[in-house]
Design a protein around this ligand. Structure first.
Ligand code: NAG
Length: 188
């Protein structure tokens, strides 16, 4: 007669703040089949302000963020591990992003299709065309500049920088100013 023992192994996780190393959360009895996304869900219950999309979890405070679909038992950790948490700040969901594009399209359509529509004067058209062309040139410059940042190796990190091209000077304020131009382009 043979006896088959099934051994249930649970994982234990400590979640520390990646900057202060302060312990934020302790999870025991975590199923090995759970994913990083599940951990984020549980962590969110203890910290309602940090919804899963705001969380970055890493095995090494300076390493790569784990993906939501990474399964715990496939990570090369023992049954007890430390995860380092970083708050990514407020995230714009896809509903919010689509709402922006559809909202703008509807707003423009309202004026264009209005029964009292009057065509703009030639001067207005010319000014608008110039502003539009400048914004498009801005978008192009930002994409060009972000594209040239790409570098080899997983550890390689570079930041966008201001160049002689004045369109890139918005990098002083934000890291993806292509959105700034994206917002101003349809206005004219
Ligand atoms: C703006 O640039 C970022 C970084 O390259 C990119 O991820 C994003 O899709 C761009 N947005 C638009 C609307 O082009």
């Amino acid at each position: 007669m043979s006896l088959i023992f099934q051994v249930f192994v649970f994982f234990i996780f400590f979640i520390l703040d990646s900057k202060t190393k302060e312990q934020l959360c302790f999870l025991d009895k975590v199923e090995p089949h759970s994913s990083v996304g599940d951990i984020k869900g549980v962590f969110h219950k203890s910290y309602p302000k940090w919804y899963p999309a705001r969380q970055a979890l890493r095995l090494d405070p300076k390493g790569k963020a784990l993906r939501d679909d990474d399964v715990l038992q496939n990570l090369s950790v023992g049954t007890s591990a430390t995860l380092y948490f970083r708050d990514l700040g407020p995230q714009l969901g896809w509903t919010m992003n689509c709402a922006y594009y559809w909202g703008f399209a509807a707003w423009l359509a309202y004026y264009i299709n209005h029964p009292l529509y009057t065509p703009p004067s030639e001067t207005q058209v010319n000014y608008a065309l110039i502003i539009f062309a400048l914004c498009e040139a801005g978008i192009f410059s930002i994409h060009w500049s972000l594209n040239s940042l790409k570098c080899e190796g997983a550890k390689c990190r570079r930041f966008p920088h201001l160049s002689k091209n004045p369109f890139t000077w918005l990098f002083y304020f934000v890291s993806c100013p292509n959105y700034t131009y994206e917002v101003t382009a349809p206005l004219p």
